[in-house]
Design a protein around this ligand. Structure first.
Ligand SMILES: [Zn+2]
Length: 332
């Protein structure tokens, strides 16, 4: 590998200092309204002696709120005396996107979860990805990245990990998913795993756990409660925070193949025919897309390619060709 230049990001925290520090990852960003300005990404480091390191993030996509709500809260309330090891908290990873309330960055349109491994001499989003890739991920034993559906998707609340070629690593990730104890636990596959933070962490041999907790560009009381309890459970399970895992019933789901995804093939107004969490049979109509340009046109039907349960759906009332309309998962 050719030598990469150092990251331009300067942390204002010391990762090896005991106690709690609230600081920033300062990323120089020269622009019209601030010639020598910076993007100031909030970071909290909680360390108490030797032990494993957890790297926790929310706001990888800027319009997903359960993660940031749980992580700002954790940074404010966790007592270093209850910690053994280190917890690094970045509650709003793509901070420019988070401030704009958008999935991608308003500066460069960068989708953080398609920007890994990033570049130290790239766009703002690529520079943040590069810092996680080369500076933060190598410090971590367990990596937890919160997601929700954002403005365009809605999910049944689940914690998830991927099936991996390294079965020992996969088992550690699913053990952490079980500890999170969301109402649902998912064995997840990706539409396209290239450039994802998940993939970067897993290829480095890190235990990587994620969530999809609701969506629609907002949060709900129930999903925020799940996020707050779940992340403490994972930290307790990892032996980093004192106390017992608060057990709760979870239903395991599997995404057995790409047939679980259904995509719209027309623009129009979408009518959901099945609600989240409801059972579906193969061939059942999941949604109908109504043409709105004229009256008298029969709606297009989106049918389930497999039996299971509706795990995710398109959220806005209008849909475009190519949008993910529905995801069916199988209960195991
Ligand atoms: Zn996301």
């Amino acid at each position: 590998m050719s030598a990469l230049r150092p990251s331009p990001i300067a942390p204002t925290v010391d990762f090896d200092r005991d106690g709690i520090q609230h600081g920033f990852l300062r990323l120089p960003y020269s622009r019209d309204d601030s010639a020598w300005g910076s993007v100031m990404i909030p970071i909290c480091v909680i360390r108490n002696g030797k032990g494993p390191t957890a790297l926790l993030s929310g706001g990888n996509h800027g319009d997903e709120y359960e993660g940031p709500l749980a992580l700002y809260d954790l940074a404010r309330t966790l007592d270093p005396k209850d910690v053994s090891g280190t917890i690094i908290i970045v509650p709003a990873m793509n901070y420019p996107a988070f401030r704009a309330g958008t999935r991608t960055s308003p500066i460069d349109k960068g989708n953080m979860n398609r920007s890994f491994p990033g570049r130290p001499d790239g766009t703002v989003t690529e520079k943040i990805a590069d810092y996680f890739q080369r500076d933060l991920l190598p410090r971590a034993d367990i990596v937890f990245d919160f997601h929700s559906g954002g403005k365009t998707l809605d999910f049944v609340p689940f914690c998830a990990a991927h099936t991996l070629p390294d079965k020992a690593l996969e088992q550690k990730a699913f053990d952490a998913v079980a500890a999170f104890a969301a109402p649902f636990s998912m064995r997840m596959i990706e539409i396209d795993a290239v450039g994802m933070y998940d993939t970067a962490a897993e290829e480095m041999g890190k235990v990587f756990v994620s969530t999809e907790l609701g969506g629609g560009g907002t949060s709900r009381a129930q999903t925020v409660r799940i996020a707050r309890r779940g992340i403490l459970n994972v930290l307790r399970h990892a032996g980093i925070v004192e106390g017992a895992v608060e057990k709760s019933k979870t239903r395991w789901l599997d995404m057995p193949s790409g047939d679980c995804f259904s995509f719209a093939e027309d623009d129009g107004m979408i009518e959901t025919m099945v609600d989240l969490g409801e059972p579906v049979e193969e061939g059942a109509v999941l949604a109908r897309i109504h043409s709105v340009g004229r009256t008298g046109v029969a709606p297009q039907e989106i049918k389930a390619k497999m039996s299971g349960m509706l795990a995710a759906r398109h959220f806005p009332g209008l849909v475009k060709a190519g949008d993910c309309a529905a995801v069916v998962a199988v209960e195991v």
